[in-house]
Design a binder for this molecule. Structure first.
Ligand SMILES: Nc1ncnc2c1ncn2[C@@H]1O[C@H](COP(=O)(O)OP(=O)(O)OP(=O)(O)O)[C@@H](O)[C@H]1O
Length: 238
């Protein structure tokens, strides 16, 4: 069953040329699939994820999302997009995951408080709950953002570079969490840079270099030919 379908999706305009940031992306993410979006720097990976969640609108083509999933998608932004100076504790950041269920006026009931506590324990931050996020390391902040996702418990996880600039132990812990979501039948779409990691973890891959190089089973996509084509396009500025 299809969770998200992309038809001829074409987005944006590059600053350096009249060309588009993403051109003619076609395919679909089956429900319960786990797909890596891989490609060189500037390939349009983050742009695609932002288009899927609706922050950006295609100039051509369209994104269709299964109606039962439309309010069930969550984005993990790049760590660099998080303002660490914002005066919020780890607990309150994680609790924001329950916001869609509670809205602005309901207080956190016992069930939600337990879910927040469990999520903090799952990512190993139970002892940092009362610290401001500004005091956390990069890896700890990523763990806190994952705990927020655990509390949110969406059907579709959109992860923008979940392993960038974090330590190896955190990376392995987060991989285990992502695999758990996949085993529960959730749809996972993650932007990544590391082809070896993708080959190890992700069953499906979309290889991008402004255009769609290949989309399918990871072993079929990550061929030397495809990777070279992506590199060549990147070298000539797409
Ligand atoms: N808001 C924007 N306005 C104009 N150009 C943008 C905007 N956002 C991104 N771009 C450009 O679009 C191109 C693709 O950016 P995007 O961040 O999607 O690529 P990416 O594959 O995620 O790259 P990276 O791996 O470096 O994070 C880049 O050339 C970038 O400069």
């Amino acid at each position: 069953m299809c969770a998200i379908r992309l038809t001829d999706v074409t987005v944006g305009q590059r600053e350096s040329s009249a060309d588009f940031i993403l051109k003619n992306i076609n395919g679909y993410f089956p429900r319960g699939s786990m797909t890596a979006i891989l490609g060189p720097n500037g390939a349009g990976k983050s742009t695609l994820i932002k288009t899927i969640i609706g922050f950006l609108k295609p100039v051509r083509g369209y994104v269709e999302i299964d109606v039962s999933l439309r309010a069930q998608m969550s984005l993990l932004p790049q760590l660099s997009e998080i303002d660490k100076s914002f005066p919020i504790t780890v607990y309150d950041l994680v609790a924001l995951g329950a916001w869609r269920r509670l809205g602005p006026f309901k207080s956190y009931n016992k069930k939600e408080q337990e879910a927040i506590q469990r999520a903090l324990e799952q990512v190993g931050l139970q002892h940092q709950a009362n610290q401001l996020i500004g005091t956390l390391s990069g890896g700890q902040l990523q763990r806190a953002l994952f705990a927020r996702l655990i509390v949110r418990d969406p059907e579709v996880f959109l992860l923008d570079e979940p392993f960038a600039a974090i330590d190896e132990d955190t990376c392995e812990d987060l991989i285990t969490l992502i695999q758990g979501w996949h085993q529960k039948g959730r749809t996972v779409i993650a932007v990544l840079h590391d082809a070896d990691l993708v080959a190890r973890i992700f069953p499906d891959t979309l290889l991008l270099a402004c255009e769609q190089i290949a989309w399918g089973k990871t072993a079929d996509v990550l061929t030397e030919d495809n990777l070279q084509r992506a590199r060549r396009l990147a070298l000539k500025g797409f």
